[in-house]
Design a protein around this ligand. Structure first.
Ligand code: ADP
Ligand code: ASP
Ligand code: MG
Length: 830
């Protein structure tokens, strides 16, 4: 014999029931079959609501009954040919009538006992099974309706009744022994049973699976099949993880752990009966019957999936008993569990600190109040004498669990689990590992549950790629180029580096385009170019943007600042302290007061989030990275000489003292038009930009320098700093003789003008820096520096006389964007 159980969604509509009939028709030919069915989807919830509404004296209960009647009658009309409808319709109406009279009583008495509630709930499965039985008959399949209330016996713990194994086994075996009871097909309602007094009981929500398992175990079936709406038990809840995959084979133990920790696909008690009877259990999809689904059997397959699946339970509350009075006294633990068990409170997880100062248990939220009263009453005396604290309660928590029998043979699984959670800023409140090491569980804030399950799934199952979620602030020159570069490189990164870049946000100073599934950059699916999408997006400030990023709480989030704004730089601390990586070409944060720079670096370290800003100096030239490598490998930097402003280099390479007819102001304008200057070119020409860069290099080399300590020998006349950018251009024209004089006096001695930054550590090890315009001789490294090139000379203990030289284009939107992009990839791979 075999048992096939069909869940609520498999019998939720007449179309679904037709699929069930097809499946059963094919299977019943082989061997006698018991078909166990759930209530039509949503019906059990409606019946619970009905019981509550009626017993509260609320007339609205009548509408609920009306809806239930319509739903079931419609199924009869759709499934049965007209001549056969009336018999089944009158069965349905009779059952609805019974529901009505039960509810009238509840309505009048205004009380609801658990016994009455179970009685009402049982109608869901009775109705569905009667209708399906009739539909089988109509298809020419003879069937016998089994009354599960008579065959499955339980105690009187209504709503969650405990199985009376002996009575049930006797009843089922006695029934099937009788020769006249032997048929090819039986239809049985799931979920329902009865107690010794004959009152209807139910087996707990989701209990139809258990009914199937009970029949299978006591008739010693060859197989139990649970037919549902997904193609097997999956590596994670498919509603949480988009890429969850069906597990082909899994052991009973593993399936039990996964379902215990929240995998709703199978009701946890259902596994034990078939496990003890060694009956293979299949999970199959009614809507994709050809898919093999999942086989649950004795052995855990020996493959490289040492983690078999991940599951989670929400609405968990952590109860902790603490106090010096607990140390070394085993009684406390026993009394705690006795107090909870007397109130039938289910303990999902236990952890105890080794000092025995505290013990924590995880329970369902709805049990919290009762648990608090029970435990505080049990320990009243100890609490009064301050040996113990009153029970501490923490809410809004979830349990996440990694399950797999092979984990015990694989070192480093929990290390990997906790480090990936930590990297994503997910705080662990408690940890438990089953002594059999079939599961590793952690308690985390509910708001982190989705993110945690996704990062764990990615770590243990998605060998194909890692997804990073990028939020870009700034959609100007550099931002625009960056997005185009990312777009071109997406498939290369995915195939070669196994990295999937999901641009989850693009914001400029006015608008914010956010899509956690990823902004469509290819303007496919009728989507417009991202610039048009951004223009049509809602307005918001940087605070709104950061709030959205933190609320989205996506795994592997990277914030990219390609703005020149202080307010954007001000948000880094908040982001880093939520483990969001920061990549910046904005120099403001790293050149802010030293204490703030250190704070950001410390936050990045503490929260394991990357904080990368290679483009702060020399666009995409490997300057900061190289310096970091020197220092971390033990070198000591003693001196830096550098041309750090592509803008100033461009300006002085193109200004010929007016000989070619171009004034200094015109050359500056050209630099701005070609995208080599800051939005306000005075930041470049006045030396501020170069000061920031040498400051950042000095700091990265380990010198605690402040901006104010840098000497700036500015060549711009003071009047240039007044007014707007337009005023600045006018003033430069007026000052043309000054610039011409600078040029001529350099030329007179055979030199070129270069704006040089210099840092040097003195004999006390203190760092000093200055920036200014210098006459450069033809013998100097700096003399042959063309276009917008930068040149950096590092003098260190390892490079004492001949410096390490880094040279190349140090400005321009394209190279800056590529440097930012490289930092994003670096951050993603940490
Ligand atoms: P039925 O009504 O057939 O009993 P359930 O709704 O009780 O179905 O269980 C099936 C659902 O369980 C799926 O639709 C899926 O959303 C959910 N689910 C949760 N975790 C898992 C998992 N690990 N694998 C498969 N499904 C899961
Ligand atoms: N109908 C019951 C419920 O919804 C039992 C089941 O579907 O398994 O909980
Ligand atoms: Mg179910």
């Amino acid at each position: 014999m075999q048992v096939l159980k069909f869940g609520g969604s498999s019998v939720g509509t007449s179309d679904a029931i037709l699929k069930v009939i097809e499946i059963v028709k094919a299977r019943v030919k082989a061997t006698p079959t018991i078909v166990v069915v759930s209530a039509m989807s949503g019906v059990t919830d409606q019946l619970i609501l009905l019981a509550q509404t009626a017993s509260q004296g609320n007339e609205a209960y009548k509408t609920i009954i009306q809806n239930l009647a319509e739903k079931h009658e419609a199924a009869v009309l759709a499934l049965l040919p007209t001549p056969q409808q009336s018999g089944t319709l009158s069965i349905v109406q009779q059952l609805i009538h019974e529901i009505e009279s039960n509810c009238e009583n509840l309505f009048l008495q205004k009380t609801l006992t658990m016994c009455k509630q179970d009685q009402l709930m049982s109608y869901g499965e009775i109705l569905s099974s009667k209708i399906i039985a009739a539909a089988f008959e109509a298809e020419g399949l003879d069937q016998v309706w089994l009354d599960s209330r008579a065959l499955i016996k339980t105690n009187s713990a209504y709503f969650n009744a405990g199985l009376d194994k002996t009575a049930t086994s006797n009843a089922i075996q006695a029934y099937f022994k009788i020769p006249t009871n032997q048929h090819a097909l039986y239809i049985a309602p799931g979920f329902i049973a009865s107690d010794t007094e004959g009152h209807t009981t139910t087996l707990g929500r989701g209990g139809s699976d258990y009914t199937g398992a009970i029949y299978a175990a006591y008739i010693n079936a060859s197989v139990l099949e649970i037919w549902t709406d997904v193609s097997g038990m999956m590596t994670a809840d498919p509603r949480i993880v988009q890429h969850a995959k069906a597990i082909p084979k899994i052991s009973y133990q593993e399936a039990m752990e996964l379902s215990h920790f929240g995998a709703k696909i199978i009701y946890p008690p259902s596994i034990l009966p078939v496990m003890h009877a060694h009956i293979p259990l299949w999970i199959k999809n009614t809507f994709e019957p050809e898919h093999p689904g999942t086989l649950i059997e004795n052995a855990s397959p020996k493959d490289d999936h040492y983690v078999r699946g991940i599951s989670s339970i929400k609405d968990i509350c952590l109860l902790s008993l603490e106090g010096a009075g607990m140390v070394g006294i085993p009684e406390f633990t026993k009394r705690l569990f006795d107090a909870l068990s007397k109130k039938q409170i289910n303990v999902i997880l236990i952890t105890q600190s080794s000092s025995e100062h505290s013990i924590s248990v995880g329970v369902n939220l709805q049990d919290t109040h009762l648990a608090k009263i029970a435990v505080d009453a049990e320990f009243e005396q100890e609490i009064n004498t301050q040996m113990l604290e009153p029970l501490i309660i923490e809410k809004e928590l979830s349990i996440i669990a990694l399950v797999g029998e092979q984990m015990r043979n694989q070192p480093g699984v929990s290390g990997k689990m906790f480090s990936v959670l930590g990297r994503n800023g997910i705080n662990i409140r408690a940890i438990a590992q089953g002594s059999s090491e079939k599961n590793i569980t952690a308690v985390i804030a509910s708001q982190d549950e989705r993110k945690a399950i996704n990062v764990l799934h990615e770590t243990f199952f998605e060998y194909t790629y890692k997804q990073v979620n990028v939020y870009i602030a700034g959609a100007g020159n550099v931002g625009g180029k960056l997005i185009e570069q990312i777009k071109k490189q997406l498939s290369y990164l995915q195939s070669t580096l196994r990295l999937k870049i999901n641009i989850a946000g693009i914001a400029n100073s006015k608008k914010q385009l956010i899509n956690i599934e990823g902004i469509d950059l290819n303007h496919s699916n009728q989507q417009h170019h991202w610039r048009e999408q951004l223009a049509a997006a809602p307005s918001g400030t940087i605070t709104d943007y950061v709030t959205a990023i933190l609320n989205n709480n996506l795994r592997n989030s990277i914030f990219v600042d390609v703005t020149p704004n202080a307010s954007v730089a001000d948000s880094y601390a908040q982001l880093l302290s939520k483990a969001v990586a920061v990549v910046a070409c904005n120099k403001i944060a790293c050149s802010s007061p030293y204490a703030h720079y250190v704070k950001l670096k410390t936050l990045a370290r503490n929260y394991n989030a990357a904080f990368l800003f290679e483009t702060n100096v020399g666009a995409s030239l490997p300057i900061i990275g190289t310096l970091n490598d020197l220092i971390s490998s033990g070198d000591k930097l003693n001196k830096i000489e550098a041309v750090l402003s592509g803008t100033l280099n461009f300006v002085f390479n193109n200004y010929a003292g007016g000989k070619d007819g171009k004034t200094f102001a015109q050359v500056v304008k050209q630099a701005q038009d070609e995208g080599y200057t800051e939005p306000d070119p005075r930041l470049d020409l006045g030396g501020t930009d170069v000061m920031r860069k040498i400051l950042i290099l000095a700091r990265e080399a380990g010198y605690p320098l402040e901006m104010e300590a840098i000497v700036n020998e500015s060549f711009l006349p003071a009047a240039c700093f007044n007014g707007t950018v337009a005023d600045f251009y006018n003033e430069m024209e007026k000052q043309e003789p000054h610039f011409k004089y600078l040029y001529d006096s350099a030329e007179a001695v055979g030199c070129k003008l270069k704006f040089i930054a210099k840092f040097e550590s003195d004999t006390n090890g203190e760092g000093n820096a200055k920036v200014g315009l210098q006459h450069i001789q033809p013998s100097s490294d700096f003399y042959h520096l063309y276009g917008k090139d930068n040149l950096v000379l590092f003098y260190s203990d390892r490079y004492p006389e001949l410096p390490m030289v880094i040279k190349g284009a140090g400005a321009g939107a394209d190279v800056t964007a590529s440097g930012v992009f490289a930092d994003i990839i670096r951050a993603a791979r940490i």
